[in-house]
Design a protein around this ligand. Sequence first.
Ligand code: ZN
Length: 203
Amino acid sequence: MDSPEPKPAEGAPPSDVPDSGVPESDAPPSDVPDSGVPETDVPEGDVEAVRRQLGRPPRGLRGVAHRCPCGNPDVVETAPRLPDGSPFPTLYYLTCPRAASAIGTLEGSGLMREMQARLADDPELAASYQAAHDDYVARRDKAAEDAGMEPLPRDMQSTGGMPSRVKCLHALVAHELAAPGTNPFGREALDALPDWWSDGPCV
Ligand SMILES: [Zn+2]
């Protein structure tokens, strides 16, 4: 496992980001600043499922990016900027606690170290991982555009350590689930995971 870093958004849930100070529920919609998150049109049932998975109301929720075979969302798309306008680089966040736990076990097995080593030895893999990074940034820019937000800075990280490091399999798996065929290490991790949904709906 890589050492945890205090950086705010490297695959971290939005809850790790300092609170913007905007009240969750008692601010009328008209108080949402222009740079902020627009009203979500995610169905209430999905919002509630994600709330239960995370143990708190989701913030900056823009949509369900992937659905688990159990029927619940397992990856959500989050707005590239928080309500106060500050960047939030993690476009795709894995919400399913069972999947997260299974991926944590994979991380603990030393898989990321092995992936990191292969990145140095395999130019084709490195190119594919770079392409995954580019895809992530392009999708994030598109999400910002769609939401009427300023795009994130060009040199802003994508997620999970891309394009040169392997730092968070949760983030890479979330990307691969949201955009199948884009993330080589996300794919490998997914293929190594058990059927986490087999015991019934996740949360
Ligand atoms: Zn599930």
